[in-house]
Ligand binder design. Structure first.
Ligand code: HEC
Length: 120
């Protein structure tokens, strides 16, 4: 009788363990990805696509040759900012710079960031 009770308890413990594992794993992955440092993936510079995006969205404030206007000069921005800082600035804006998070896809954000970062 005692043995059966023990066996039943072990079974319940196993079922609980599997349940906990299966429900907790996604949470853990989420917190890991939140904790790791954000990096902009490596890409080849796509100048044509970037210039098009720049003309559509940025030229009015940063000038037709990246020389700056309302916004600062960007001609050597790859020297003073990392790709991650550039990406964040374009995505989040701030200090008079509009946020483009909702206006550019992540793909376009990476494209234009990679292009700007190549301006040293
Ligand atoms: C409405 C005007 C405006 C538009 C449009 C605009 N910016 Fe800006 N941008 C600014 C201002 C103003 C700053 C300075 C913000 C600050 O000092 O924090 C800035 C800062 C930046 C910076 C950081 C420069 C530095 O030296 O700190 C980057 C990079 C940048 N903009 C990229 C872009 C890109 C790429 C686009 C188009 C997708 C864009 N901006 C569109 C006004 C604008």
């Amino acid at each position: 009788m005692q043995k059966r009770l023990m066996a039943a308890l072990v079974c319940i413990a196993c079922v609980c363990g599997v349940y906990l594992l299966s429900t907790e794993l996604p949470d853990k992955e989420e917190s890991i990805s939140e904790g790791t440092k954000f990096t902009v993936p490596e890409r080849a510079v796509d100048a044509a696509a970037s210039e098009q995006l720049y003309k559509n969205m940025c030229i009015s404030c940063h000038g037709d040759h990246l020389q700056g206007a309302i916004g600062p000069e960007l001609a050597h921005i790859g020297d003073s900012m990392t790709k991650e800082q550039i990406y964040k600035k374009i995505s989040d804006g701030g200090g008079g710079m509009p946020a483009f998070e909702d206006r550019l896809t992540e793909d376009h954000l990476i494209t234009i960031t990679t292009w700007l970062a190549s301006h040293k």
